[in-house]
Design a protein around this ligand. Structure first.
Ligand code: BGC
Length: 729
């Protein structure tokens, strides 16, 4: 009860803020064209150096703090324009309405790199149309516990899948000249007490689980901006963590863009500047002329400490071309039917068919006289979780509307709102006599949101309502609207068909109806493991016991309430055993495994071909890759898409390794009877683990298995590959 009040109050505050000028929801940017007087043929570095040399000390210091909540300051004297940023991953949040795409976890369920590129590109176009130069996404924090409030905003539990999704998305956004921001660096894996939970992670786990997606975003995606996290990592706030921001990010990975803080996550002046932070947002509370001057006077900073971040900012903006173009690009629409269609296509590819006993779905319209749809979620379908990812769209199709549009009065549809998830006796009787019933359950954007965690159980009495409906009518379908896994064990055995529908953006209801009636063959695969019990996860025994309990002191964190500013350790003691790595290594049966999702057709995998059965480590080190081809045939009678997944198991390892790890995948669309090859390849990194004593990645000689299948548990090929090391023979 207290919980619910706090959450609702917070969202009312957020709504008020967003409707005021603060969050820039309703603001429209004025078009402007201010171009610095600088030779456009110079390199970005040369331009940055010239501008830097023309800036006064005060101008430089003031540049390090943001302005107007979402902007990076300009220097009017030198005709350097202000840069506007916006959230983020599911669409353009600020500056009036925009296309709302499925949330990132749903995007990841598509396992479709091209789709992610297209979404990124479309969001990039809408940014350009609105005058935004920096998108504050994507987020790539790993799904460590199923109750984390922002799981919906990230790409799931696997570092490789997250990295691949991020790379395509970033390339799409940046192809339109908009700077993408990979966030939250690092280990902001839940929201329970995000300002104070000190993520205590050993170096190997950090490198193998929590950092790879960031590394891919930088090295493969070329992302130009990184946002630090709220939380401390191993005792040091992420915004002043030199190990992360300089030693790893710049020295090891070669990142050459700028690092921005999360909003209100800077806690001092010297630490962040010495650690490698370049910009404090939304304003320079600690990074401003006065505080910087004081620390220079104290001898703790010098001018070079502010030249570095200013140069990083200027160079990145010159490189992206944002100083040399008009704020808005008129060739792009702020939204349009084509963008909405891309959102619908993405939603269709994201839905995961979890259960379909005796081919219950797709529904045959000609056999239905009466359908009953139960649950408020069907009418007010959540399009996006709460917080900074939430997009105001022009349109939004609920599940109820989607079904009504698709069936066009071909049979009788009755909607039962089931207020407070209760049903009357007469409603139960009507349910009993219907041909088919759909119960729509899940979380609202208040129940699942940034700032706090969510519950593992379905909220309120939804599970009980499912039981009542299924007890009266066995022909019951469940749609789950949530950004992560939930408790299903208590009700699922009596249900013939279950769809995981995530938060699908503005056209979600249409996509759900398309799958229910077979217009679309589902092809989504879970980007996380769904467990039978909360305690089955490797992480939950080291997590807080009541994650969904909220407190204002945890939500607002240190800056407003310094007396509650005490960090506490959140130990990542399960180490590498996150998600399926834990379930498969410990042989725990999940409810639905990572990578799982059913189709209305069947696929056969055959003709596995490998370029090598044995390969020298030195060859891999020189860049040679093992090429893998496998044929996929659609042996059913409907067109559809399959996701083929490649996992690597290290059979002979000197250190404990997970049972298997995803290292490749491909998605392919096939007509009935059609066959095509999927090609994947793996290189040295895919065999390696991180040795925290030497600080190096190591691939050891010996036997590996290449496991190929269509989920982490349905492995259809198990093929040996030997790594040899001539230096050891
Ligand atoms: C979130 C960031 C977001 C920022 C700006 C913060 O609360 O953690 O992800 O980019 O706000 O809206």
């Amino acid at each position: 009860m207290f919980n619910g009040i706090v959450k609702k109050w917070l969202h009312r505050k957020m709504r008020e803020e967003s409707n005021s000028s603060l969050l820039m929801f309703n603001k429209r940017l004025d078009d402007s064209h201010m171009v610095p007087d600088i030779d456009p043929t110079l390199t970005p570095e040369e331009k940055a150096d010239i501008i830097l040399s023309q800036l006064t000390f005060s101008e430089k210091a003031e540049l390090l703090g943001g302005t107007e909540r979402m902007a990076i300051k300009g220097i009017p004297r030198l005709k350097i324009p202000k840069i506007w940023t916006t959230d983020a991953s599911a669409g353009v949040r600020c500056f009036q309405r925009a296309t709302a795409f499925p949330v990132p976890i749903a995007m990841a369920a598509s396992w479709n790199r091209e789709m992610l590129y297209k979404i990124g590109e479309t969001i990039g176009k809408e940014c350009r149309a609105k005058g935004v130069s920096v998108l504050l996404g994507p987020g790539v924090n790993i799904y460590r516990v199923p109750t984390a409030g922002r799981n919906f905003e990230y790409f799931g539990e696997d570092p490789f899948l997250s990295g691949e999704m991020a790379v395509s998305y970033i390339k799409g956004v940046q192809s339109k000249g908009v700077i993408a921001t990979v966030k939250h660096f690092a280990c902001n894996n839940s929201e329970y007490d995000r300002h104070k939970m000190n993520s205590k992670v050993d170096e190997r786990t950090l490198r193998e689980i929590y950092l790879p997606a960031f590394k891919s975003a930088i090295q493969k995606g070329g992302v130009k901006s990184v946002m630090s996290a709220y939380n401390p990592v191993n005792g040091v706030y992420a915004s002043e963590n030199r190990h992360l921001l300089t030693e790893i990010l710049r020295d090891e990975w070669g990142f050459d863009g700028y690092v921005v803080s999360d909003w209100i996550s800077v806690y001092s002046t010297v630490g962040p500047l010495k650690a490698g932070l370049d910009l404090e947002m939304p304003e320079g509370k600690y990074l401003n002329l006065k505080t910087i001057q004081q620390q220079i006077d104290n001898g703790l900073l010098n001018e070079a400490d502010i030249d570095r971040p200013v140069r990083n900012l200027l160079k990145t903006f010159f490189e992206a071309g944002v100083y040399h173009r008009p704020l808005k690009d008129k060739q792009y629409p702020e939204f349009c039917a084509q963008h909405s269609q891309i959102s619908l296509d993405a939603a269709r590819e994201s839905i995961v068919l979890l259960k379909n006993e005796h081919n219950f779905l797709p529904l045959n319209k000609s056999r239905i006289k009466k359908m009953i749809i139960v649950g408020e979620m069907a009418q007010n379908t959540t399009t996006c979780g709460g917080g900074s990812c939430r997009i105001k769209s022009h349109d939004s199709v609920s599940i109820l509307e989607g079904i009504k549009n698709e069936t066009n009065n071909e049979f009788d549809i009755e909607f039962l709102k089931a207020t407070k998830n209760r049903l009357t006796g007469s409603e139960i009787n009507r349910i009993a006599s219907a041909d088919v019933v759909l119960v729509s359950v899940g979380f609202t954007h208040v129940e699942e949101s940034e700032c706090y965690d969510k519950s593992w159980d379905l909220p309120d009495n939804q599970a009980r309502m499912i039981g009542m409906v299924a007890g009266s009518n066995p022909n019951t379908i469940i749609t789950l609207t949530t950004g992560s896994g939930v408790e299903t064990e208590s009700w699922i055995s009596n249900i013939p068909a279950v769809l995981h529908c995530f938060f699908l953006g503005e056209k979600g209801g249409t996509a759900v109806a398309d799958v229910l009636f077979g217009k679309v063959n589902p092809s989504g695969k879970l980007p996380f493991t769904m467990a039978k019990k909360w305690s089955d996860f490797g992480s939950t025994k080291y997590y807080v016991k009541k994650p969904h309990k909220t407190s204002p002191f945890r939500i607002f964190g240190p800056p407003r309430y310094p007396i509650f500013n005490k960090k506490w350790d959140l130990e990542y003691k399960e180490k590498l055993m996150v998600g399926y790595r834990h379930f498969d290594t410990q042989k725990i049966e999940p409810q639905f495994p990572f990578g799982f999702g059913l189709s209305f057709t069947e696929f056969v995998l055959s003709d596995l071909e490998l370029s090598h059965n044995k390969i020298e480590i030195s060859e891999l080190a020189a860049g040679r890759r093992v090429e893998i081809r496998v044929q996929v045939t659609n042996s059913g009678n409907r067109a559809g898409s399959e996701v083929v997944q490649l996992y690597v198991r290290d059979v002979e390892s000197s250190l404990i390794r997970p049972d298997k790890e995803l290292k490749g995948f491909g998605k392919i669309y096939l007509e009935p009877g059609e066959s095509k090859f999927i090609e994947m390849s793996i290189g040295l990194d895919d065999f390696s683990f991180f040795n925290s004593i030497t600080g190096k990645w190591v691939a050891e000689p010996g036997e590996f298995r290449l496991l190929i299948g269509n989920s982490s548990q349905n492995i259809l090929f198990n093929h040996a590959l030997i790594l040899t090391d001539k230096l050891m023979n």
